[in-house]
Design a protein around this ligand. Structure first.
Ligand SMILES: [Zn+2]
Length: 305
């Protein structure tokens, strides 16, 4: 299997990972491409294997997130809408990996948009289709066959790392964006200090759901190669829960189950979010959080690949 970004077959073993979140059996090799530094699971698990690791209690499928997380979640959705408004106030918008459509629904109150979503999970699609005013295609972006130059904005919120074909998906994103259109990509940075400190327990590795991980300089280069002008790259969600969840995965693996459970329930408490908010803000402002947002614009003139 060759690297999806550069085609090299030369790899270096990094970690053997497990599904620390749902504790479903299985071990997954994380490797790094010697050609371009892309990180990916090798071999890549297919959808038959993967779908078991997307149970109905997967975070992104929850219509009403639990307890204090609800407020945090609304805040996150509000921030996504807010940053888009800085670049574009309305038009055609596609959310790739829209899950149950929470972000699309929030965008209804954030300008004049015609809203589209693409989602692979049948369970999530059925929930999203119950919501008014959003058009959902079940499958991957490359199968949806949208026309050329169709969307003003395409969003990838914590999704690019989940697809088996990021290169083809980014190319498709470029093709269906209008000239001058915007892409917003939020994805974890495997070169962040959080990733280095927690190693294989870092929440951002999230095996086997995260099939590829993109160091910042690599994703900037790839977007530029496709003809995007990369305008903004920064930590976006300074999320303290990434740190605490990574810690709970580590504690679980060394047998401190009770302590790990305690940390997990603490991260769902109001107290945690109130206490953690200034620290999260600091991580984000200092550009130190592992969750990174890339904003890029399709060239307004035709770009030849
Ligand atoms: Zn490569």
């Amino acid at each position: 299997m060759a690297c999806d970004f550069c085609g090299s077959e030369s790899i270096k073993q990094i970690y053997k990972l497990k599904d620390y979140q749902f504790k479903i059996p299985g071990e997954f090799n994380l490797v790094k491409c010697n050609g371009c530094n892309l990180l990916y699971l090798y071999p890549q698990p297919n959808w038959e294997i993967l779908k078991v690791h997307y149970p109905t209690n997967y975070d992104a499928y929850q219509l009403k997130p639990k307890s204090a997380f609800t407020i945090w979640n609304h805040y996150g959705l509000y921030r996504r809408c807010s940053i888009i408004s800085k670049y574009k106030k309305g038009g055609m918008l596609l959310d790739v990996g829209c899950a149950t459509g929470s972000f699309l629904t929030t965008m209804k109150n954030c300008g004049e948009w015609k809203l589209y979503g693409v989602e692979k999970s049948e369970y999530a699609v059925n929930l999203a289709r119950k919501k008014d005013g959003i058009n959902i295609y079940q499958g991957e972006i490359i199968d949806a066959k949208f026309p050329d130059n169709y969307f003003d904005v395409i969003t990838w919120w914590d999704v690019l790392e989940h697809v088996p074909n990021p290169s083809a998906s980014l190319y498709e994103t470029y093709r269906i964006l209008k000239p001058g259109g915007w892409v917003f990509i939020q994805t974890p940075d495997p070169d962040s200090w959080e990733a280095h400190i927690f190693g294989k327990y870092w929440r951002g590795f999230e095996a086997p759901r995260h099939l590829h991980l993109f160091p910042r300089p690599l994703l900037i280069k790839r977007l530029t190669d496709f003809g995007f002008n990369v305008k903004f790259v920064r930590s976006f969600a300074g999320n303290l829960s990434i740190i605490f969840t990574s810690l709970s995965y580590f504690l679980d693996s060394v047998g401190y189950d009770k302590l790990s459970k305690g940390i997990k329930s603490f991260t769902n408490s109001y107290f945690f979010y109130i206490l953690g908010f200034p620290f999260s803000l600091l991580l984000r402002t200092a550009n130190l959080s592992s969750s990174v947002l890339y904003v890029a614009q399709k060239s307004s003139t035709k770009y030849f690949l």
